[in-house]
Write a protein that binds this ligand. Structure first.
Ligand SMILES: NC(=O)c1ccc[n+]([C@@H]2O[C@H](COP(=O)([O-])OP(=O)(O)OC[C@H]3O[C@@H](n4cnc5c(N)ncnc54)[C@H](OP(=O)(O)O)[C@@H]3O)[C@@H](O)[C@H]2O)c1
Length: 241
């Protein structure tokens, strides 16, 4: 039986992962800010521990993990947010908010969790396929996820001698409250159930890189090897609206 810690487990992909790990008999440590969503796990008894903290707050994140009773062997760092930049009009506050949650939030979570990592543990970092090619309006989100991807790939090397495997997840579009706000067409969007299945399968296989859905992420990865000028033309065609 695994004990799986999941940040951002009160909604979307993280919530689906928590429910699915519970359903397959594992224990979960459910992390998030929303107290009502966290209390939904009260009725599963000692199969779930809930931790309420804001990943952008270093002290709160360190304290929450230091007080955790469980000993996870799978750590899924999934908390994240998305805000788009309109017509290239940069807004430092918006970019700071996105980086604070997606990148500094990940750093805070890793800093808090690192003293608890054991040989054989698996660390899973949820990035985005948007980090692999420049996408329209994703100046803040894509850049934050590129930083996430770089950090995770570096950790793959530095944690390997401690026998800790790091997987990086590159999802395409997934139907969640985060993408329900989008007004543009999202090609080949998948459900949170499909996302959870792909991530759990990747973790089970100890895959270093988990891409899904296969067709959409393959197209973007293929575009990603072309000259930048061609990349921009093709991604604008793929993501209209
Ligand atoms: N949906 C997609 O198409 C897609 C595609 C690529 C990558 N992703 C990535 O997948 C991850 C999950 O996204 P989702 O679509 O499932 O989004 P979601 O439904 O909006 O869920 C986001 C989760 O992150 C938590 N969170 C956000 N800010 C937080 C903070 N400051 N402190 C603690 N927790 C915080 C939220 O919990 P609380 O509100 O309780 O704090 C919530 O549980 C994100 O990293 C996202 O970038 C999603």
């Amino acid at each position: 039986m695994n004990t799986v810690l999941i940040t951002g487990a009160t909604s979307g992909i993280g919530l689906q992962l928590a429910q699915d790990y519970l359903a397959q008999g594992d224990r979960v440590v459910v992390c998030g800010r929303n107290p009502i969503a966290l209390s939904e796990f009260d009725n599963v008894g000692d199969k779930a521990e809930t931790l309420q903290f804001d990943v952008t707050n270093t002290a709160a994140t360190v304290n929450a993990l230091a007080e955790m009773r469980s000993q996870p062997n799978i750590w899924i760092f999934n908390a994240g947010n998305c805000e788009y930049v309109e017509q290239g009009l940069l807004d430092a506050e918006l970019i700071r908010r996105v980086f604070d949650t997606n990148f500094i939030g990940l750093v805070n979570s890793l800093q808090a969790a690192q003293p608890l990592f054991k040989s054989g543990d698996q660390v899973v970092v949820v990035g985005s396929i948007s980090s692999e090619v420049a996408l329209p309006r994703a100046e803040a989100y894509g850049a934050s996820k590129a930083a996430v991807s770089y950090l995770a790939r570096t950790l793959q090397m530095t944690l390997a001698p401690k026998n800790i495997k790091v997987s990086v997840v590159y999802p395409g579009f997934v139907k969640t409250p985060l993408t329900d706000r989008n007004t543009f067409e999202m090609p080949m969007i998948v459900s949170a159930e499909q996302a959870s299945r792909a991530i759990r399968r990747g973790i089970e296989k100890q895959s270093a890189y988990i891409y899904f859905p296969a067709r959409f992420t393959s197209i973007l990865r293929l575009i990603g090897v072309l000259p930048y000028r061609w990349q921009n033309l093709l991604t604008q065609k793929l993501l209209k609206g």
